[in-house]
Design a protein around this ligand. Structure first.
Ligand code: TXA
Ligand code: MG
Length: 326
C-alpha cells in the first residue's frame, strides 16, 4: 500500500472519514502529537492499530470524541472534578480515565473497565472525528520503538506502506502527549504528565496524586540519551560530559535552551527555543534529527522544577534516557 500525505482540506478529510468508516486506519494531526486513528467501536479495525504500531495488546488506547457532549457516549458517569477538568481543559491536551461505557470494545481498553477519553484541540482532528460519526482511537502514530511523531514526515518514516493516508497538519502545536488523569480516584491521579501541567491541574481541582512513571524506556532512539539534573553549574557539567564522549571517539549533541547556547562554545548543539513550552514542542523532533545525523549520544539540559511543564519534560527525559541522569 502506498502511503500518501494529504493536504487537510475538506475533501481529503471526507476521504479519510470514509476510510475510517470502512474499517481502515488513517493518521492525522492533533495539537499534542500525530494520531493513528481507527473507529473505536470497530474491534477489527482497532486490532490493526496494535499490529501496525507493534504494540502489546495489554496497553490500552485513548479514545477521542469531537465534542464535550459526546464524552457521555463512551463513559458511564462523570464525577464532579472530572466535569471541572472537562470544562477547563477540553478540547485540549488532557485525557481523563473514567468508567467505560459498553459501546467501547475490550480490545481498546485491554479488557479494563475504564476508558481514557480526550477531545483534540485541532480543527482537522475534530472535523475528521465528527465526520466519521463515532469515537476514534488516538494512539500516537509512531511504532513502539520511536518517539511520538510531531510532523507528518515522522509518521511516514515509521508507518510507510502500512497505512493509506496521513493528513498533514504541519508541526504539532504542543509536541508532547496529553496529560492523563484517572478521575475515578479521590483525589484524581496523574498517570502521565503531558501538555497540561500538573500545576494547571492543581489550580483547577486542588490536590492531585502523582504516580511515578516507569523508568524503563518505551522507545529508544539509536543515540544514547542522557539528561542533566537542574542546578547552578549544570552547563559546566554538560560540557565536561560532552568532552569525555568526544575524547572517546564518539559524537554527541547537546539539546539546550537559547539562553544557555553560549555556554557550550563550539560544541554541537540543537537549540529548542526560549522556554519549556518550546522545549516540549521540539524535543521529539530533535531526537529524530539526532538519529538522522547519526550522533552516538544526546545530552539534554535539565529543567527547573515547579516551572510550567517541568514535570512533563522530566517524565519524558527519564523515559527516553532510561533514567541516565548526569
Ligand atoms: O496526546 C496524546 O494522548 C496522543 C494523541 C495522538 O492523542 N496519544 C497518545 O496515545 O499518546 P498513546 O497510545 O501513545 O499513549 C496512550 C497512553 C498509554 O500509556 C496507555 O497505557 C494509556 O494512555 N491509557 C489508555 N487507556 C487507558 C486506561 N483506560 N487507563 C489507564 N491508562 C490508559
Ligand atoms: Mg505513544
Amino acid at each position: 500500500m502506498e502511503t500518501k500525505i494529504l493536504k487537510p482540506d475538506d475533501l481529503n478529510i471526507m476521504l479519510c472519514a470514509k476510510r475510517l468508516k470502512e474499517g481502515e486506519l488513517v493518521a492525522f494531526p492533533t495539537e499534542t502529537v500525530y494520531a493513528l486513528g481507527a473507529i473505536a467501536t470497530d474491534a477489527d479495525a482497532v486490532k490493526k492499530v496494535f499490529e501496525v504500531k507493534k504494540r502489546p495488546l495489554d496497553k490500552p488506547l485513548i479514545v477521542a470524541v469531537a465534542s464535550k457532549s459526546d464524552i457521555q457516549k463512551v463513559v458511564k458517569s462523570i464525577p464532579d472534578k472530572a466535569q471541572v477538568l472537562i470544562d477547563k481543559f477540553m478540547p485540549g491536551a488532557l485525557t481523563l480515565v473514567l468508567d467505560r461505557a459498553d459501546i467501547i470494545p475490550d480490545v481498546v481498553t485491554a479488557g479494563s473497565d475504564s476508558v481514557a477519553v480526550r477531545i483534540p484541540d485541532n480543527e482537522v482532528a475534530k472535523k475528521l472525528i465528527a465526520l466519521s460519526g463515532a469515537p476514534v482511537v488516538v494512539p500516537s502514530a509512531n511504532t513502539a520503538d520511536k518517539p511520538s511523531p510531531t510532523l507528518s514526515s515522522h509518521v511516514k518514516d515509521d508507518l510507510d506502506g502500512q497505512i493509506g493516508y496521513i493528513l498533514d497538519g504541519g508541526a504539532s502545536d504542543i509536541g508532547i502527549e496529553s496529560t492523563i488523569v484517572d478521575a475515578r480516584t479521590e483525589p484524581p491521579t496523574v498517570l502521565r504528565a503531558g501538555g497540561v501541567s500538573v500545576e494547571q491541574l492543581k489550580k483547577a481541582i486542588g490536590e492531585v496524586k502523582t504516580k511515578r512513571e516507569e523508568t524503563k524506556p518505551k522507545y529508544m532512539p539509536n543515540a544514547e540519551v542522557m539528561f542533566s539534573a537542574y542546578y547552578d553549574g549544570m552547563t559546566d557539567n554538560i560540557c565536561a560530559r560532552y568532552d569525555n564522549i568526544v575524547k572517546s571517539g564518539k559524537t554527541a549533541v547537546i539539546i539546550c535552551l537559547d539562553s544557555s547556547r553560549a555556554s557550550y562554545g563550539n560544541r554541537k548543539v540543537y537549540t529548542v527555543g526560549s522556554n519549556y513550552r518550546d522545549y516540549a514542542h521540539n524535543l521529539f523532533a530533535m531526537l529524530r534529527k539526532a538519529d538522522g545525523e547519526h550522533y552516538d549520544a544526546v545530552i539534554a539540559e535539565g529543567v527547573k522544577p515547579d516551572e510550567d511543564l517541568a514535570d512533563s519534560l522530566v517524565a519524558r527525559l527519564i523515559k527516553l534516557s532510561g533514567g541516565i541522569i548526569i
